[in-house]
Design a protein around this ligand. Structure first.
Ligand SMILES: Cc1cc2nc3c(=O)[nH]c(=O)nc-3n(C[C@H](O)[C@H](O)[C@H](O)COP(=O)(O)O)c2cc1C
Length: 193
């Protein structure tokens, strides 16, 4: 069977950003489980603030970065969204990136990973994010994976400071894989629209 394809969408472009550590951890954990996990980093992609959505461009006329992400998203079996919490809300670079696309997300599960510099692990943003992802056509898996004090919890390369961290995340990843496989086989039989 082909490996499950999972874009890992991270949403900070701050010079001193810390959440990239958690995003790298997620990429590595998905790869360790045999998946094709691809980090989508707005610092690399440098999407403009939303003007036209990908689908609003004539075929073949969208900027290269949008074409590249759209092809990746079309191949995706699920999306892992790694969100910080800015003033109890979703980081703007994350929302901006997500808003450029729509149909590419349909009939696929999304898994929410949240983090913050403080004690609450970004859970208030995670709650808002679930509502947005639902409107974008993704089915969010029940579990979320919050990380408190993200800067202390991971080294810059994503290695967790607590060696038990991967085992805490086992159920989250198992659930995500279950939803990806379930929806993949259902998509193969057709989608309502
Ligand atoms: C504009 C802004 C607002 C923030 N608001 C919150 C907040 O509401 N709750 C929280 O726990 N941390 C908050 N923080 C701290 C962030 O959790 C912390 O800086 C985190 O590292 C931000 O993610 P990033 O480094 O990936 O950009 C805020 C940080 C910024 C820059």
């Amino acid at each position: 069977m082909d490996p499950l394809v999972v874009p890992v969408i991270y949403g900070s472009v701050r010079t001193e950003r810390q959440g990239i550590r958690a995003a790298r951890f997620i990429v590595r954990e998905l790869q360790r489980r045999g998946m094709e996990a691809v980090l989508v980093d707005p610092m690399v992609e440098r999407l403009p603030l939303l003007d036209r959505m990908y689908k609003e461009f004539e075929k073949g006329q969208a900027p290269e970065v949008l074409e590249k992400l759209a092809s990746l998203f079309r191949r995706a079996d699920g999306f892992a969204i790694v969100s910080g919490e800015y003033n109890h809300g979703i980081p703007p670079a994350l929302k901006n990136l997500l808003d450029h696309f729509l149909e590419e997300y349909f009939w696929r599960p999304a898994a929410i990973v949240s983090y913050s510099g403080g004690r609450w692990g970004g859970v208030r943003a995670a709650v808002q994010l679930r509502a947005c992802l639902g409107e974008m056509g993704m089915v969010t898996i029940p579990s979320t994976l919050p990380f408190a004090r993200v800067g202390d919890s991971f080294a810059t390369d994503g290695t967790p400071s607590d060696a038990k961290t991967p085992s805490y995340a086992t159920e989250f990843f198992d659930e995500f894989v279950w939803y990806m496989e379930a929806l993949k086989s259902k998509r193969a039989q057709g989608v309502p629209y």
